[in-house]
Design a protein around this ligand. Sequence first.
Ligand SMILES: Cc1cc2nc3c(=O)[nH]c(=O)nc-3n(C[C@H](O)[C@H](O)[C@H](O)COP(=O)(O)O)c2cc1C
Length: 374
Amino acid sequence: MLKSLIKIRNSIFGFFYRNVFKKIFFLFDAENVHDFFTVTGKILGSNFITRGLTCFFFNNPDQKILNQKIHGIHFKNPFGLSAGFDKNAELTKIIPEVGFGFEEIGSITGEYCTGNAKPRLWRLIKSQALVVYYGLKNDGCEKISARLKDRKFKIPIGVNVAKTNCKNTTTTEEGIADYVKAYRHFLHIGDYFTINISCPNTFGGEPFHDGEKLDKLFTALGKYPTKKPIFIKISPDLSDSQIDDIIKISKKHHVSGFICTNLTKKRENLKIVDEKVPTNGGISGKAVEDLANKMIANIYKKTKGKFTIIGCGGVFSAADAYKKIRLGASLIELITGMIFQGPQLISEMNLELAELLKKDGFKNIQEAIGIDIN
Ligand SMILES: Cc1cc2nc3c(=O)[nH]c(=O)nc-3n(C[C@H](O)[C@H](O)[C@H](O)COP(=O)(O)O)c2cc1C
């Protein structure tokens, strides 16, 4: 009964979002709309009345079939907000009320950074994708960690750490020092770390895709031990040999898994159907979905499921998420799907994923992970 009412609520909200609200939001500059949602989310998260109302409109019941314990962390459902939406960790109080099972904040860098020059966020409406050229704008590790100090979170929080986008972090040593600074500030905040080595929009490129440099980075991070799991966020554009190198280095260090994937830089992509595509920036959404799925399956197979995979890229429905799970992902992250389909998507996916799992005879989501990989 409750589930049927929630489904009706979701379809009404989804209808209005797609046919009215989205049409209005999409008239405005994408970054301004992003900023508007950040301010709105901060206000909604600021007191128990607006948090309760948000929960009433968007949340969904806890379903045992979606519960998982991964590296000692309890996830009530597998859907997480991906890094880049809540760059400065201002939405941690409202995100649980939208139905997410976890949230990744950041990317957070050693120094604060204003990012690249505007405009730096565009929509590819026909391709159901975004072009992102923010260049890691964020308040920096000192300010953000101070904001979160002693905060108790309702859902697991991942801290996504990257190196500051500036001239002063281009040598390997400077880059590592910057990562280490941000990482150290969060040793006692949040539930897991993500080391983002794949931001496509930064000064000096993505040097830590190189095995030798990655090894040095993890050796430096290893001087500050943590019990928290550490994930590496990788690009969908890596070659097979680069993946092999990253896996090899990961086996040597305290790495629990991978986030597959970040944005794609490549423009020659059959899923990109818009006529005009900005030359700068990485592309999200449907343009990255197949690339991410291929990466999930590849890594799951190569590592025989020994590393935890967080699948990310182009998830617009429960069926999209289920596909990633069956290819080897234990958890799912998204941003673009929520922007194109509406915030009720999280509740819809929770209900529908549980149904898909039951239909295939699974008692818990963990039984389905990697089932399509032999
Ligand atoms: C607006 C925006 C900003 C992003 N910023 C970051 C970031 O700061 N750090 C990061 O690791 N990924 C960032 N990403 C990449 C996403 O976390 C995600 O990997 C990618 O968008 C694919 O997922 P999606 O198709 O569900 O959006 C950003 C994506 C978007 C759309």
